[in-house]
Design a protein around this ligand. Structure first.
Ligand SMILES: [Cu+2]
Length: 427
């Protein structure tokens, strides 16, 4: 009766188990955020540690489970056992076995501790702004390869990126390159880094605690208000990587994403030049020109910077190059043609390959984003769903700024069209 029950359960469970196992499959490279597909030394070290621990635990499980099964079978109840005493008299046991088990347990812990500590130190060994060569770690190279490579990387190549967490988007600044919010050149949502270069990341928050995590490259370290945290990362291959805030931070935490674009060093240099350039003038009398006027009239300038056009806003994402980015609104909205993107991913069998921005999708996203508001109501009087609940753009009330409330949901379709046309010129 029992065995029939169990075999039924097993029969039912098998397909589910198989499905779960498919989720673990390393062969499916189309998983966008996977710690099992490391693409940089920090993620690699963490992955290696994970695998070492898993194998040790599998061996222990087989050993202990095997002994248990052996004991159950060997000492099972047999015919004729009725006359034996039900409970075996308590004895002290075997001191040799006891000491042996304790020693083996300590041994297993030590075996796990060595790679764990090594990995922690490695992950934690953030390159300083300028480290004297004598202080470099000798026994674990930061850069894959030789110690010389490591020394060279630290001396010549360390790129510094400040990551600032906001509810609910990330801002990236490159202090060495003059791309900062103070200089009116900061980069929201998408961190661009050169391939193979060690990147020192300084983490700050302007409101609550957030956490920085790019599963395929590195993570995760918290961004704390009133404190600077540090981490480092390096990417082995060029591509488009998916990141996410990994610490609950309020309404739209689940929509607080970001991207890391890893490019060839030469392309990175070009990118930096483009970021430093101001927006081009718009054609007088065009839709974009009308949009630009609306940008000032509808208070957008209060919060947003557009280099060369408007320079007051420092609170919200810098829009000087908004049309060149593949994502919007904390990377929650994707500006690529997603059908094309999916096809490319399937063809190349990885999610790091990326198609370019699709202007039509970008325009639709802009209109949807600017036009939506959590305080709008549908025909039945129910609040409409916002693109990002609680976001700091549509819920102006938070700032107690007189007059800002009135700019809510008062866009005509034509106004939205003009605003979008204007933003599309900001490449
Ligand atoms: Cu968060």
């Amino acid at each position: 009766m029992f065995s029939r029950f169990f075999s039924r359960v097993a029969l039912l469970a098998a397909p589910f188990l198989a499905m779960i196992m498919v989720g673990c499959s390393k062969a499916d490279m189309t998983v966008r955020q996977s710690t099992l597909d490391p693409k940089g030394p920090v993620a690699q070290v963490q992955y290696d540690l994970f695998m070492k621990t898993v194998w040790l635990v599998v061996i222990l499980f087989a050993l202990v489970g095997g002994l248990l099964v052996y004991a159950v079978i060997k000492f099972r109840f047999r015919a004729g056992d009725e006359n034996k005493p039900a409970i075996v008299e308590d004895g002290h046991g075997n001191p040799l076995i006891e000491i042996g088990l304790i020693t083996a347990s300590i041994g297993a812990l030590v075996i796990i501790a060595i790679p764990t500590l090594t990995a922690i130190w490695y992950t934690d060994d953030v390159p300083a702004e300028s480290v004297p060569t004598s202080k470099l770690s000798v026994w674990y190279p930061r850069v894959e390869g030789t110690r010389e490579n490591y020394a060279k990387a630290v001396e010549e190549q360390v790129l510094e990126v400040d990551v600032i967490g906001k509810q609910w988007w990330f801002r990236f600044e490159y202090p060495q390159l003059g791309l900062t919010n103070d200089a009116k050149h900061s980069v929201p949502n998408e961190m661009v880094i050169p391939k193979g270069v060690a990147v020192r990341i300084n983490l700050r928050s302007e409101d609550v605690i957030h956490s920085f995590w790019v599963p395929k490259i590195a993570g995760k370290v918290d961004l704390m208000p009133g404190r600077k945290n540090h981490m480092w990362l390096q990417a082995r291959e060029t591509g488009h990587y998916y990141g996410q805030c990994a610490e609950f931070c309020g309404d739209s935490h689940a929509y607080m994403l970001f991207r890391v674009e890893v490019v060839e060093p030469a392309e990175f240099a070009k990118w930096v030049q483009r970021q430093k350039a101001d927006a081009a003038p718009v054609v007088a009398g065009s839709k974009a020109d009308k949009g630009k006027a609306l940008f000032a009239a509808k208070s957008c300038v209060m919060c947003h910077n557009v280099g060369g056009h408007f320079g007051a806003g420092a609170f919200a994402p810098d829009l000087t190059h908004v049309a060149s980015r593949k994502s919007l609104a904390g990377a929650w909205m994707d500006n690529r043609d997603l059908k094309e993107q999916r096809a490319l991913e399937q063809k190349t069998n990885n999610t790091e390959s990326s198609v370019a921005v699709d202007p039509a999708t970008l325009k639709a996203n802009l209109i949807k984003w600017i036009g939506s508001s959590g305080t709008s109501h549908d025909a039945n009087g129910k609040p409409t769903k916002d693109v990002k609940p609680g976001n700091r753009m549509h819920y102006y009330k938070m700032f107690n700024v007189a007059g800002l409330n009135e700019t809510k949901q008062t866009f005509t379709a034509e106004e939205l069209d003009c605003l979008a046309e204007y933003l599309l010129t900001l490449k």
